[in-house]
Structures are given as structure tokens and as C-alpha cells.
Ligand binder design. Structure first.
Ligand SMILES: [Zn+2]
Length: 355
């Protein structure tokens, strides 16, 4: 059994630009000019290209380029005009609000989704846990699925998505963003970043979060809280306690800077952590710059596992390559354990259906 427990297949619709093929920003701009689009939203931009909004201003149509971490994007003047924005740099909710308006709809999105599912199947995956809004959930429901899909509805879409389940399509955890990412310096930290002296952004306060968790439990579901910084993880743990949860295996996604004390609390609360071993390889340079000394204790999935906390792995599609993630995980854990965390758990524990 091979499971990628954290995917966004929707991103296949934003993969029109082969960012990795460009070694400098001039080449990228030349390519974008050749596309002759009416508008464009594309995902996968690397921070190392050093692209600025001004560079994009020579393109006459609205352009939004989203960085690989999915938490920040840059646009041009035409985009700012079209959507009446405050500026060309977009983060978090605002970023995806605009991206959603630009993304392909209907047939094109269905095609993108089918491409993503084919790739998942070819990689040998038997199941993915994919984050969805109502439109995407409906598409999944209409498609002949080549593997099992667990729908992870965004909080705003939690009730609308409930009706889209069948034999291969199950309703999973409800996604709530509690902070951003380390590369965008928006993950919420206890102590400031090394290079910006800011602490990141907390997207929802403890009290409000506890209410949201209770609402989700009342629907018979559980939450998947996106929390990367140690500050955000603390807020999640407090909120779970405040909400007096009655269900096992609510999830925390990423938990990149989880501390030893927080690991113990997660165990007490019978939480399920979904971590990304691939991040340790993929972001190692960014971690050092942003976190200094703290980069040493990033993604402690080995410690989480050894402490006996319930744990599963997902790639978050950075990159969408289970083999790459395997290689990173095996640097810290035996192969047998890695296989267990990438889906072997299905044979032992049914986290999905056991509510
Ligand atoms: Zn994600």
C-alpha cells in the first residue's frame, strides 16, 4: 500500500510554465512573452531566480506567478489593475483568491486532474489525500478514479463537499490554515526569523480555532490544521485542548518546527501528524537562512515517530515524487518504517474511516 497523504492535484492546472528549465529570469520572461496569453496563473516559481514584479511589467496581460511553497506569488501591473489589488506581491488567502479566479475551469480543470491522477497511478500510489473546494470535489465525483481519493475539504467548503463520496472517494479531514510557510517567512514562530526579525503570521487565533474545531466535530469530521512554526503549533495544541475534542486523529499538517514538549502534547491529544520528509532535502538552504541554529531541529519526523505519536507521510507535491521523499526519509529512519509511514499504516490502522 502506497499513500501520499498530502497532495494538491489542482496544481496540475497551474503547471503550464516549465520553471525548472530556465536558469535566469531573462529566459523566463522571453518564454512568457512567447505564450501570447490573455491571462496566466502559473505555479512553481523558484525564489533563486530573483524575479521582481517590475520584470513582469513588460507583459501586457495579467500574470500571477506562484512560488513553489504555494504561500507567495508575484504579479505585474496588469494583474494589479485587473483585480484592483494593493500591490503586486500576494500572500496566503489573497494569493489563492486571485489564483482561483485565473485558474482553468470545467473541461480544462478536469483534464488537469486526470493528468495528476495518471501520474499518481504511474508512481504506484494506491491512495492520495487531496485538498479540495466544492468544484474540485464534484469533478472527482464525476471522474472514473484509477485509485482511492480522500477528499480534504477547505473549511469554507466542508458541508458542500460531504455529498461527494462513493466507493473510491471518501471524505477526510477539514483543512484550516493556521500559518504560512518558512520560505515566505509567514510560518508563525515563537522567536523571530534570523534574516527578517519578524515572527511570521498567525492566520487564526486560538479561541476562534477552537470554535472551528468544534464545528467540524459536530459534522462528524476531523480537522487537518496547517501549522509549520512552533508558535502556530502551540496555538493548535491549545485550541484542541480548549475545544475538548472527543475524536482521535485530528491532524496537524507539516509541524516542521514541533518541539519535544509539543510532541508529547500531540501524543496526549491522540493527534495524527502528517509530515513531509522531502522538505528536509528540498528546502535545506532556505531553512538555514531563515532559521539559523533552529534549522537543525526542523522536520523531526524521526523524533515524532520514536515518541510514539501517530504519524503519516505526504509529499505536499514539493516535488510530487514519492521516490524522492523516500530517499530523504531514509536518511533518518529505517526503510521498513518509511514504508509504514507512506501507506503501510493502511493495513494496521484505518485512520480515514475510524471516526
Ligand atoms: Zn499543502
Amino acid at each position: 500500500m502506497l499513500v501520499d497523504a498530502h497532495t494538491h492535484l489542482e496544481l496540475f492546472a497551474f503547471w503550464e510554465v516549465p520553471f525548472d528549465e530556465f536558469s535566469d529570469k531573462e529566459e523566463l520572461i522571453k518564454y512568457l512573452r512567447s505564450l501570447r496569453k490573455k491571462k496566466l496563473a502559473a505555479y512553481g516559481l523558484d525564489y533563486s531566480l530573483g524575479l521582481t514584479p517590475e520584470d513582469l511589467n513588460e507583459l501586457p496581460y495579467p500574470v500571477l506567478l506562484i512560488y513553489k511553497d504555494g504561500h507567495k506569488g508575484i504579479g505585474n501591473e496588469a494583474l494589479v489593475q485587473e483585480f484592483n489589488l494593493n500591490g503586486p506581491i500576494l500572500k496566503e488567502h489573497k494569493l489563492w483568491e486571485v489564483a482561483n479566479k485565473l485558474k482553468p475551469k470545467g473541461e480544462d480543470m478536469r483534464e488537469a486532474l486526470e493528468r495528476g491522477l495518471r501520474k499518481a497511478k504511474d508512481m504506484g500510489l494506491n491512495e492520495i489525500h487531496d485538498f479540495v473546494d466544492e468544484d474540485l470535489a464534484r469533478l472527482y465525483w464525476e471522474i472514473e478514479l484509477p485509485l482511492n481519493v480522500v477528499l480534504m475539504p477547505y473549511f469554507e467548503h466542508r458541508e458542500a463537499v460531504l455529498k461527494y463520496s462513493n466507493k473510491k472517494l471518501k471524505i477526510g479531514w477539514v483543512k484550516i490554515y493556521v500559518d504560512g510557510s518558512i520560505s515566505a517567512r509567514t510560518a508563525y514562530l515563537k522567536e523571530p526569523y534570523e534574516d527578517t526579525q519578524t515572527r511570521g503570521v498567525l492566520l487564526v487565533e486560538e479561541k476562534k480555532l477552537a470554535e472551528m474545531i468544534r464545528e467540524v466535530e459536530a459534522l462528524g469530521l476531523r480537522v487537518a490544521l496547517h501549522a509549520i512554526g512552533d508558535g502556530a503549533i502551540e496555538v493548535c495544541l491549545n485550541a484542541f485542548e480548549r475545544a475538548k475534542i472527543t475524536r482521535k486523529y485530528h491532524r496537524i499538517e507539516h509541524a516542521e518546527l514541533i518541539t519535544e514538549e509539543q510532541i508529547n502534547r500531540a501524543k496526549e491529544l491522540e493527534l495524527l501528524l502528517c509530515m513531509q520528509p522531502n522538505f528536509s532535502c528540498y528546502y535545506s538552504e532556505i531553512y538555514k537562512r531563515a532559521l539559523g541554529e533552529r534549522a537543525r531541529r526542523i522536520n523531526p519526523f524521526d523524533k515524532v515517530y520514536e515518541a510514539g505519536v501517530e504519524l503519516i507521510f505526504g509529499t505536499d507535491m514539493m516535488p510530487f515524487d514519492v521516490n524522492y521523499a523516500f530517499g530523504c526519509a531514509k536518511k533518518k529512519l529505517p526503510e521498513k518504517v518509511v514504508l509504514h509511514l507512506f501507506g503501510g499504516w493502511k493495513k494496521v490502522k484505518d485512520y480515514v474511516n475510524c471516526v
